[in-house]
Design a protein around this ligand. Structure first.
Ligand SMILES: Cc1cc2nc3c(=O)[nH]c(=O)nc-3n(C[C@H](O)[C@H](O)[C@H](O)COP(=O)(O)O)c2cc1C
Length: 148
């Protein structure tokens, strides 16, 4: 069986967290809404943002539009350990303390409800505490097989 990453088509989201004065974010394709009030994200051990999500027990999820490829590349190809990916990008702090992008399709503020560990990858269940519908309607940025 030939198993690879990104065999399904996903939207691209920026998942971000803030903890003890540090903020970080990464591009996440492995994310889904689970019912009306939960989202599930999947974050690997490589991610610096993951440490802040687990530390703050919260994360913000901003859904990217099709015209935001540059934002996906900014958050998906470099580590928050090396750069502040938010520099020059308009964002605000949600109720949980997590950063959300001002400019995106929609945004969710979540608290971590459960964490499942599987081979170093963490499946993180977030309960949505608030949602912002930034655009009435928009084309989502799609990702599959390592390409947009
Ligand atoms: C379009 C796209 C989707 C991605 N999806 C995921 C994902 O679902 N989970 C994950 O752990 N990493 C994913 N990545 C990789 C991280 O975004 C990348 O490793 C990032 O640099 C980690 O940043 P951080 O160390 O600041 O957290 C994706 C990258 C791209 C470009």
């Amino acid at each position: 069986m030939d198993l690879r990453h990104d065999m399904l088509t996903h939207g691209v989201n920026i998942v971000a967290a803030q903890h003890e004065g540090r903020r970080a974010g990464l591009a996440v394709a492995w994310a889904t809404q689970a019912g009306t009030d939960r989202v599930v994200i999947c974050v690997g051990s490589h991610s610096a943002t993951r440490e802040l999500i687990l530390g703050s027990k919260a994360f913000g999820l901003s859904v990217l539009r099709a015209d935001q490829l540059d934002v996906s590349r900014r958050f998906g190809t470099q580590s928050s350990r090396d750069v502040d990916k938010f520099e020059g990008l308009a964002c605000h702090t949600a109720e949980t303390g997590s950063p959300l992008l001002d400019d995106c399709g929609a945004a969710f503020d979540c608290v971590v409800e459960a964490v499942h560990d599987r081979d170093g990858v963490k499946l993180i269940v977030g309960r949505i505490v608030s949602a912002e519908f930034v655009r009435e309607s928009y084309e989502p940025l799609l990702y599959r097989e390592g390409d947009y």
